[in-house]
Write a protein of this length. Structure first.
Length: 270
């Protein structure tokens, strides 16, 4: 199927590793020129060069810390200048610390909301006027299934994700008249560079061995495994296609049917 993405342009936040890098690669493979951002310059430039070699598309690395409004503004401005127009925005940057309420500090809560939620708000604030002026666009917010499938160990991510989901659905209603459509993609556990750190934190907080903690997420998923980056990226590319433009104000979980309540029960039995 021709997804009609050849020659389109995209901004992808958090594009130096993990899901963001996978999305940038998948979009470029379909003929999209992409600007990516991340906080660390060297890994970002390495990722851009790697994807450009593989896909023969233009990949523009722009260092940015999206917890800072000035960086978000500069990323959008420089991306727009380099690409000429902005057809697609994929908000992906940021993660939230897992943990139970008694282990979460004020700084942990601030981190959850400042980057994972407010980072998205900042990019949208600067991208949407450009999309309105050019006559349309597509926004895909990578959020997480914690916002719709609560878990007591993921209370901070869940709060940030619920806010992101509300934001996505609200803007879908506001900006449809400008030919801009919105979707939220809610991954469950995904095998990225960050996964080992999450398992380590879970084993610490739940007083489990690393091996025990590593088995909890697959045991809560009917398919018996966690997702791969490509499975999330493939969905994002489909949703970015003009063929999917009527898919607006929608949330899609990529979690194999995970049962968070089962995951919590499994933890409690350990």
């Amino acid at each position: 199927m021709d997804l009609k993405l050849e020659g389109k342009t995209a901004l992808v936040t958090g594009g130096s590793a993990g899901i963001g890098k996978g999305i940038a690669r998948a979009l470029a493979s379909e003929g999209v020129d992409v600007a990516i951002c991340a906080r660390r310059k060297e890994p970002l430039e390495e990722a851009a060069a790697e994807i450009a070699r593989e896909t023969n598309r233009r990949i523009v690395p722009i260092p940015a810390d999206l917890s800072k409004d000035a960086d978000a503004k500069n990323f959008v401005a420089q991306g727009h200048k380099a690409l000429g127009r902005l057809d697609i925005l994929v908000n992906n940057a940021g993660s939230s610390p897992g943990g139970v309420l008694e282990h979460l500090s004020e700084a942990d809560w601030e981190q959850s909301l400042q980057l994972k939620f407010m980072g998205y708000v900042r990019c949208l604030r600067y991208v949407l006027p450009i999309m309105v002026k050019q006559g349309g666009g597509r926004v895909i917010n990578l959020i997480g299934n914690d916002g719709v499938k609560p878990s007591y160990w993921e209370i901070a991510p869940g709060a940030a994700n619920a806010a992101g989901q509300n934001l996505t659905l609200s803007l879908a209603g506001q900006y449809g008249k400008h030919n801009i459509s919105f979707c939220a993609v809610n991954p469950g556990p995904v095998r990225t560079e960050r996964w080992a750190g999450l398992v380590t934190a879970m084993s610490r907080d739940m007083k489990l061995s690393y091996e025990e903690a590593d088995k909890l997420a697959p045991a809560s998923i009917p398919l018996g495994r966690i997702a791969e980056v490509e499975e999330v990226a493939n969905l994002v590319v489909m949703l970015a296609s003009p063929l999917m433009h009527m898919v607006n104000g929608t949330q899609i979980e990529v979690d194999g049917g995970q049962e968070k309540s089962l995951m919590d029960r499994l933890r409690d039995r350990k």
